[in-house]
Design a protein around this ligand. Structure first.
Ligand code: NAG
Ligand code: NAG
Ligand code: NAG
Ligand code: NAG
Ligand code: NAG
Ligand code: NAG
Ligand code: NAG
Ligand code: MG
Length: 686
């Protein structure tokens, strides 16, 4: 009896010792400092000593962690230690900026941010490792953006994440008061307190306004087995991210304990600063009284107007209710039936274009004009190709930029067709406006604008969004003109779908359009930002010269231009029809053609980056006004050097193109130029 009891005591004691060694308790009550917090891209405000994870800097990651790793499992057992943590946070939007993306309380195996990306990935994981069991990450996310690819329930939710941003469980942010649920808007600047308790087999997440008592019923209460998920020693803390959408994420106080489940009570909830966005103080303004009287009148008139409208057009009103944040920022899966209605059952009279395996119809969906692309897929090809494509589409759908044709939705009809719904482009394709006699021809000014627009749309695809999006098929028939004659790039990513399908039927990997494909793409089938730049270069030549890249019985456009360049007659390449009109500037023609030739350089490393292309085009315009020229001296000199490079060289033969030092030199200079890398002025989208 005695020995048994002593063994038991010993075990209990050792258990206790091991636990006490590994267990952690700490409290921060607005006393974050750069020494008691490990900061990555985050800051601590002084004197308030609040942890600021992000501010209005776009596409940033901010992390604030407890300064050392903590033991997550007791060495004696494989199961993780219980813990309770509580923190007060504030997420605030910035005036006139769309808010995103959210933050998370995290356990991380490593403090490095290299395996994480910003925007929708919240600084936790990245595009490739999301969902990977080797991540060893546990997080509780406070997410204010609905990402379809992660099955987000809405744009204001709390979720429990294990290795993946697709939450194990999530709930609309808020709290339970008896049987009633009260939603709390995460990103309105309010201070909220959160409690997270994990008792080894289950987890509770609870939240309330800071200062309120902890609600009895948790927001999320689920069984959770973290055995095998976490590693022994981990970093614990917070991570947040912004994308094109920005907001501040702040942690005001934080407590954590492995033993004391009342540690949340240690947080001081009074006299905390408020980060609510201040409304312009209307009441104080002198015009207030006058405003009120005018306002009352306007109100009465608009109420009457609204009533009239509601009574007259009940259906339209319902439809416009859908036109909110959601429809604007990512595509819905639209109903096939609605697409049928929109296109009058894909009637011939609604057809506006066709390609190899697709037809494009014009239609009206939810009161808006749309272009419906119907892609036929044979069952044999469908599965792998389309699922991959759809995964991409659901994120591509959120791409919004004035030079991108927005995707409004998609649906799939069995295994036979895939339907993509795009914004309708009133003025058709550039291709039509260049070569189809039934359309009014693009003027020189319009052509330059088209080129600039396409470049900035491409830059948005390549750099403006979280993961690089390759277009893979830039050509004049994929560039469309909206009602304001803005050029927009359409059909991005579609070539990938075709690529995936082709791969299944044959081993040919090459997809793209003849004449626009970079030599290395033809050789390897591997698309890259550089192959997009090449296609863009061909597009520029096409638009300036007014001839197709490949024409029956003629030299290809690139070879033809090389010929002219060797004779130092670059400007001769200009479209005859423009020459006749005479309303063009020789310098700009030359600039555009040289830029095109720069982009179609056979060595991908020599081609300019998309960002450089945009810079050059902006410079082409900026160089007209003198004072900008001083500041942007760097880019001017790129142009000068481009001119003086072998592109001008009349003496050199074509054979020597391969390793011309001047060009390499130009490249080196600019790829190391900081001013190039950091310029952000051209981002218009989000
Ligand atoms: C913050 O202040 C509290 C007192 O309110 C103190 O107990 C705690 O140790 C401090 N935290 C840190 C991390 O310095
Ligand atoms: C906030 O913005 C400034 C630049 O305006 C930057 O220096 C700072 O590091 C940013 N980040 C945080 C988290 O404060
Ligand atoms: C994501 O992180 C992993 C490391 O976990 C890295 O190998 C990979 O290249 C990253 N992917 C992207 C798209 O950054
Ligand atoms: C943890 O809590 C759940 C309820 O949330 C309970 O069912 C379970 O028995 C508890 N486990 C332990 C080990 O205390
Ligand atoms: C979660 O909350 C419920 C209800 O208050 C409670 O019974 C349970 O023990 C809690 N579980 C954990 C893991 O704290
Ligand atoms: C938890 O997961 C581990 C590893 O996956 C497994 O061995 C263990 O049986 C699980 N525990 C429970 C209670 O399901
Ligand atoms: C747990 O923490 C709370 C808040 O700091 C404190 O009031 C309480 O005494 C602690 N309990 C134990 C058992 O240490
Ligand atoms: Mg989420």
């Amino acid at each position: 009896m005695f020995p048994k009891a002593s063994i038991f005591l010993f075990l209990a004691a050792s258990q206790f010792l091991l636990r006490s060694v590994s267990s952690v308790d700490f409290v921060y009550n607005t006393n974050f400092t750069s020494t008691n917090t490990l900061l990555f891209g985050a800051t601590v405000d002084s004197p308030s000593s609040i942890l600021t994870l992000t501010n209005q800097t776009a596409r940033s990651i901010g992390r604030g962690l407890f300064p050392s790793r903590i033991s997550v499992s007791s060495s004696s057992s494989a199961s993780p230690l219980p813990f309770a943590t509580s923190f007060i946070f504030s997420i605030a939007p910035y005036k006139n900026m769309l808010p995103g993306h959210g933050f998370a309380f995290v356990f991380l195996p490593s403090s490095a941010t290299s395996a994480a990306s910003s925007a929708q990935h919240l600084g936790i994981v990245n595009f490739t490792n999301n969902g990977d069991p080797n991540n060893r990450i546990f997080a509780v996310e406070f997410d204010v953006f609905a990402n379809q690819e992660f099955n987000d329930i809405n744009d204001n939710h709390v979720g429990v994440d294990v290795n993946s941003l697709t939450s194990v469980s999530s709930a609309v942010a808020g709290f339970w008061q008896g049987e009633r649920f009260k939603e709390l808007r995460l990103n309105n600047g309010d201070n909220y307190q959160t409690w997270i308790e994990f008792n080894v087999s289950a987890i509770n997440v609870t939240m309330a306004r800071a200062g309120s008592r902890k609600p009895v019923r948790p927001l999320i209460s689920i069984p959770l087995n973290l055995t095998g998920v976490l590693v022994d020693d981990m970093f614990v803390g917070f991570t947040a991210a912004t994308g094109q959408l920005v907001q501040s994420h702040r942690i005001l106080s934080w407590s954590f304990s492995n033993s004391n489940f009342s540690i949340g009570d240690a947080l001081i909830t009074e006299n905390l600063p408020s980060f609510k966005l201040q409304d312009d103080s209307v009441l104080k303004s002198k015009g207030f009284i006058a405003g009120v009287s005018v306002g009352a009148f306007v109100l009465i008139v608009s109420v009457l107007g609204l009533l009239f409208y509601v009574v007259r057009r009940p259906r339209r009103r319902v439809e416009e209710d859908v036109e909110d944040w959601e429809t604007e920022y990512w595509p819905h899966r639209v109903k096939y039936r609605n697409v049928l209605d929109a296109t009058k059952g894909f009637s011939e009279e609604n057809m506006i274009g066709y390609g190899g395996n697709s037809k494009v119809y014009r239609g009206v969906l939810e009161g808006r004009e749309v272009a419906v692309k119907r892609i036929m897929i044979s069952p044999r090809e469908s599965v792998a190709g389309t699922s991959e494509f759809l995964a991409e589409v659901s994120s591509l759908g959120r791409l919004r930029h004035k030079n991108i044709v927005g995707l409004r939705g998609w649906c799939k009809k069995g295994g036979e067709s895939l339907i993509l719904v795009y914004e309708y482009m009133e003025n058709g394709s550039v291709d039509k406006r260049m070569f189809d006699c039934n359309h009014e021809m693009l003027s020189w000014e319009e052509r330059m604008r088209v080129i600039r627009d396409v470049a900035s749309g491409m830059l948005y695809l390549h750099e403006g969004w979280e993961s690089k999006v390759l277009h893979r098929d830039i050509k004049s028939s994929n560039v469309l003109l909206d009602k304001d004659m803005n050029a927009r790039v359409g059909d991005f990513g579609l070539a990938k779908l075709q690529n995936a399908m082709k791969e299944m039927v044959s081993t040919t990997h090459v997809v793209g359009t003849a004449g626009y494909m970079a030599p290395e793409l033809v050789k390897t089938g591997r698309a890259s930002a550089e192959t997009d730049v090449y296609s863009f270069g061909v597009f520029v030549l096409e638009v300036v010269c007014g001839r197709r890249p490949i024409e029956e019985g003629r030299e290809g456009i690139v070879e033809w231009m090389w010929g002219l360049m060797e004779k130092d007659k670059v400007v001769d390449g200009l479209d005859e029809r423009i020459k006749e009109k005479g309303s063009f500037e020789v310098e700009r023609v030359e600039m555009a053609l040289r830029l095109g030739m720069f982009c179609v350089h056979h060595d991908p490393k020599v081609r300019p980056t998309t960002r450089q292309v945009v810079q050059i085009l902006e410079q082409g315009r900026l160089s007209d006004d003198g004072d900008e020229r001083e500041r942007e001296g760097m880019e001017v000199s790129l142009l000068e050097r481009m001119k003086s490079s072998y592109l001008l060289g009349t003496s050199e033969g074509r054979q020597q193109q391969e390793q011309h030092p001047t060009f390499q030199d130009v490249w080196n200079t600019y790829s190391h130029s900081k001013s190039f890398e950091s310029s952000d002025s051209i981002f218009q989208g989000r």
